[in-house]
Ligand binder design. Structure first.
Ligand SMILES: NC(=O)CC[C@H](N)C(=O)O
Length: 307
């Protein structure tokens, strides 16, 4: 049903909005992106990938990694332990806001999709060293995408590591309140590498498909994550995946999705397909403007809303 020529047409239509967006430059290495780039891939349960745009471009996951790290720690530690350190409620605040941390009792981050919550989740990735913990996460990403060559961009990781002062503040707040207890520099090292894992939108679409199929790889039959973990992740994608734009996104597009400030979007249409998008022109909330336009066109054309 999805044809390449139709996707190409959608990409051209959505690209027109690039001039209203801006690439993220608070992480200096991301500032080099071209706002006119836009690509999309759709992966269906038969494993087929249809893509359009410049699909050879790689995108760093940034906040998309939050959903994958969450799946991993839920598998390793179980729901009870994870939700002792991070909540389940949307904030309505920007992704890097520190404001709500002081207002809630006990002082734990409201959800795992905002930076404070994601840092608490990354803290829970088990292992004896940053390297071991990162490798565990990377192996999981490779398995989800079915691509053993996926790695991270040391340049983007380093660039964020050198400038992540607000994230460090969040870490120190969490440490003061006993949510984390490790060295903040080590956690920042792990978190910035996690955010710098990079892949094409074809890989992103394949990962989306695993979430769409309740954690199961439909080609091999392997249950990569338990159904409950996939369900929790998809629920967070709906309630918090697009930060403080999640409500409008649910109404206009209605697909569980997670965005990142690199311009990537990972989307999972339950039972139907995984979608990967790369469009670095962002709106003021940090979501891909062109990517959301593209998803809106898709959702309307193919009736993809889950609501
Ligand atoms: N919204 C995002 O993609 C944020 C991720 C980014 N690495 C940060 O922590 O600032």
């Amino acid at each position: 049903m999805y044809t390449k020529s139709e996707l190409e047409r959608f990409v051209e239509q959505a690209k027109k909005y690039a001039r209203y967006g801006k690439v993220a430059d608070y992480i200096p290495a991301l500032g080099k992106a071209d706002p006119n780039d836009l690509s999309i891939a759709i992966c269906t349960p038969d494993g087929n990938v249809i893509d359009a745009g410049d699909t050879t471009h790689k995108v760093t996951l940034q906040s998309i990694s939050k959903i994958i790290a969450l799946a991993l720690v839920l598998m390793e530690r179980g729901e009870q332990e994870v939700f002792r350190k991070v909540g389940m409620e949307p904030t309505g605040d920007p992704f890097n806001s520190i404001a709500k941390l002081e207002e809630v009792q006990p002082a734990k981050p409201l959800n795992p999709m905002i930076n404070a919550g994601a840092l608490a989740v990354t803290h829970m990735i088990a292992g004896a060293s940053v390297e071991e913990r990162f490798q565990r996460l990377l192996q999981f990403v490779r398995k989800l995408a079915g691509n053993p060559t996926i790695t991270y961009s040391p340049e983007v990781a380093q660039s964020e590591f050198e400038t992540a002062f607000l994230n460090r503040s969040l870490c120190y707040f969490l440490k003061q309140h006993g949510i984390i207890n490790e060295d903040v520099e080590e956690l920042m090292d792990l978190y910035t590498k996690q955010c710098a894992i990079e892949m094409t939108c074809d890989d992103l679409a394949r990962i989306g498909l695993i979430f769409a199929m309740d954690g199961r790889n439909p080609l091999t039959g392997e249950q990569i994550m338990p159904l409950d973990v996939a369900r929790i992740c998809k629920t967070f994608m709906v309630t918090c995946g697009m930060y403080n734009a999640s409500g409008e996104f649910a109404i206009k597009i209605g697909i569980p999705a997670k965005s990142g400030v690199s311009g990537g979007i990972l989307a999972a249409v339950p039972g139907r397909c995984g979608i990967g998008i790369f469009g670095p022109a962002l709106d003021e909330k940090g979501n891909s403007l062109t990517g959301m336009k593209l998803l809106e066109l898709l959702s309307k054309t193919y009736s993809l809303s889950i609501f």
